[in-house]
Ligand binder design. Structure first.
Ligand code: BEZ
Length: 357
């Protein structure tokens, strides 16, 4: 919420409440009328007026996301905005800042914690810098499809993870999925971990990603999304961990020749809100926010699920060699990951145990 609006809101709400208290005779003028003596009809209407005063409040929120407007997470943010504004009859509005306009994810996370930014769709990778439990989402080959992961977000363990964010001044509200991770290579058709030997691969700067690729024998560089294009173009890296959506929206097909559709990890962003902002809302308004996010999350997963074949075709048309790689190829790395990560945190252990088939 903009500062001016915050002050204006608290000023008008205080004024309304002061007016209502005075009108009810409870304003400290001797209190001639006790609550027992007052007309019940009058006190009912004052409760209604108070509720109305709060309901009339106007909220103008900001949301930051790292991806460009064409990416599904931005489209999901647009859906969230649409729902929020329609279902609150315009009482809540949302301004979206895509493409890391407010800084990288680490900057945005700090802004949300401090309250200078209201909402963020932040990668679980970045969130795991606060709470390691979120690394559980990067367990390789845990979910067959993003729809399975979308279901899993409702589980007790996934909700417990969101609850851990309370101590950082933010409220974890939901998860959004935009495809699984694939591997892109500049000029090597990698078919097995052995082929990665000697290659430098970009991963999102996040320990579970590093663990997976390092155990496969690759050298890794943690590079944030906006810097990846030039890193591969200039030969700093030989390939990258990515999703198909971002491969298109960031035009990585211009600088890589091979795409292994491994679908080895899901890739949630976590919808977070500054806790003071959220707690200042009425329960009804909080529900509007949650429902709007749920609609956005459903929209993202359903749209994205249907686009898989189209995206592969687009990348082939752009000249890339697109191929599938079976899960069995990475059997050793999967076993290693489960062993190492289950020991790190009880929530990770619970999550892997629940969803590993
Ligand atoms: C990445 O860092 O690879 C990434 C971040 C957000 C959306 C898609 C990809």
């Amino acid at each position: 919420m903009g500062d001016l609006k915050k002050y204006w809101k608290s000023f008008t709400v205080t004024l309304s409440l002061a007016f209502l208290l005075t009108a009810c005779g409870g304003g400290g003028d001797g209190g001639e009328e006790s609550s027992a003596e007052s007309d019940p009809a009058e006190s009912d209407s004052s409760t209604e007026d108070t509720t109305e005063a709060l309901a009339d409040a106007e909220y103008s929120f900001k949301l930051g996301v790292i991806t460009p407007p064409a990416h599904m997470w931005h489209q999901a943010a647009e859906k969230f905005k649409e729902e929020l504004e329609a279902n609150s009859d315009g009482n809540m509005t949302l301004e979206i800042y895509p493409s890391g306009q407010l800084g990288n994810e680490s900057d945005m996370l700090q802004q949300i914690e401090s309250g200078s930014l209201d909402f963020g769709f932040i990668t679980a990778a970045e969130i795991s810098s606060r709470e390691e439990a979120f690394s559980a989402w990067f367990t390789p080959y845990l979910f067959e499809t993003i729809k399975d992961a979308h279901e899993a977000r409702k589980s007790e363990v996934a909700q417990e993870m969101l609850g851990t964010l309370d101590s950082y001044g933010m409220t974890g509200l939901d998860y959004l999925f935009a495809g699984q991770r694939v591997m892109l290579f500049k000029d090597t058709e990698v078919k097995s971990p052995e082929d990665m030997d000697g290659l430098v691969l970009r991963v999102t700067p996040s320990p579970p990603m590093l663990e997976f690729y390092n155990s496969a024998g690759a050298s890794t560089e943690g590079i944030p999304l906006p810097e990846v294009y030039s890193a591969v173009q200039t030969g700093v890296i030989d390939g990258m961990d990515m999703d198909l959506d971002a491969t298109i929206t960031n035009k990585f097909f211009e600088v890589v020749d091979y795409g292994a559709v491994t679908n080895h990890m899901v890739w949630p962003s976590v919808a977070v809100v500054n806790s003071d902002t959220f707690n200042a809302l009425t329960e009804e308004d909080q529900q509007i926010v949650k429902d709007a996010l749920e609609t956005a999350a459903d929209y993202a997963v359903n749209t994205r699920f249907d686009q898989e074949e189209e995206f592969k075709q687009t990348l082939s048309d752009e000249g890339m060699t697109i191929y599938e790689l079976d899960k069995e190829v990475f059997a050793e790395q999967i076993e290693n990951f489960d062993k190492v990560y289950k020991e790190k945190d009880p929530l990770i252990e619970k999550f892997i145990t629940e969803f590993r088939e």
